[in-house]
Every structure is written in structure tokens, then in C-alpha cells.
Ligand binder design. Sequence first.
Ligand code: PGA
Length: 253
Amino acid sequence: MRKQIAAANWKMNLTLQQGEELLDNILSKISSVEEGRQAVFAVPAPYLVMAQQKVAGKQNIFVAAQNCYSKKSGAYTGEISVEMLQSLGVTFVVLGHSERREYFNESNQLLADKINIALEYNITPIFCCGEPLAIREAGTQNDFVAQQLEESLYHLSAEQLQKIVIAYEPIWAIGTGKTASSAQAEEMHAFIRLQLQDKYGIDVAESITILYGGSVKAANAKELFGQPDVDGGLVGGASLIADEFVAIINALK
Ligand code: PGA
């Protein structure tokens, strides 16, 4: 079976002390995650070392950066390189979150470059895609997402693609409390998998973990994760509450 993943996205929230307390609280309830499942914590950059130390040695629990830069190193003040992440032992990086695309003008092409460098350093990209409300209302969400996949991923070899996690996050469902229905999520996840199948073949497509993101919480996780093509979630708001996120990890298939 595909790897099932519950990924917390803390975004730009919590002080260091609050972050430590939250992580301690969650890890006191879940000290390891069984094979086939993973829990990932995408914490703000200044907390990566702290989080990495806390999860070190814990089975199937990992830390993610929320972003990285597309260049190896050099005069890019304020940016974080994948080499830095690798040196901390960080194994995942969230790329192309809609907030990065919208507020920081990240294009599909820039994301392709970031994916390349992350893979070069053996860091697993959690590549986010998903449509804004106007596109959903126009009914053209499939074309929109297909283009995101094409422009950021399809230059990869099958072997490289299999190292990526995809997160489908309809922008209208992020932080709004408005979750896509499990049927809407499944429909898009199946569509994404079909696109991957057309390009890379069925075996590759079947092996890719596709997360759903957008107002996932304890109350809807089981239903969403129960869909055949939904392999877990990327969770914002509810990941800041220990009991909620623990329940979400426990809702994985
Ligand atoms: P949300 O955020 O769970 O608060 O909707 C999800 C995300 O942006 O990754």
C-alpha cells in the first residue's frame, strides 16, 4: 500500500516555547508511528533544530521545512538551502503551498527548480497544488491542476517522481473551515492519479502518496482518509491543537 501521511503545517504560528510544548504534548501521546504510516511536522525554520532533536530516533516521525530556495548556496540573504536542511537531518520540505504561490509569487517553473534541488539532496518535496475558488466555480479545476503538475513535475524521471509526495489543497478550503467533501477530494485525487498514470504508467501512479489539505480536522479526517485515492492530509489549523492532530494521525488508513 502507498505510504499514508499526516503532515502538520504550523505555518507562521507559535513561539518557540509554544511549539516545544505542542510537540512534547503530541509526542507524549504518539511516541512512534507504525510502518506504512508517517507523521511529519512542518515547523517554522527557526524551530527546525528543536523539532529535529525531539523526533530523532522516533519511528516514522519526521520534520519538514515549509520552504527552501532553488539555489545551492550563495548571496541570497534570508533564504534557506536544501544543503542546510540536509545538515540538520530534515527529510521533507513543503513546496508550492498556495500561500507561497500567492504572497511570494512562486511560479510553477520556480517550483520545478526547487523540486530538482530538493531531490538532489534527498529531501522529499511535499508538492502542493490546488485551485482557487473562481476556478472551481468555473468548473475548470482539472485543467488548472493538470497544468500545475505538468509545469512543475513532468520533467522528472519516473524514479524521481516516486520520491515526491503530492498534496492537493483547494485554496477555497484552506483555513476557511470549508472542507471539500470527501467525494470532491476523491474526484480530484483520482484525476491527479490518472494524469500521473497517463504520463508515467500505472505502477508509478499507484505508488504516489497524494494528501488532501484544506480544513482537515479530527472530525472529518477519517471520512477523507477513507477515500481510496486520499493517502492522508496536510493539516494547518488543526495541527496546532495536540489532541486534534493526534486524532488525525490515528485516522490514517
Ligand atoms: P488548514 O490549512 O488545515 O488550516 O485549512 C491547510 C494548509 O494550508 O496546509
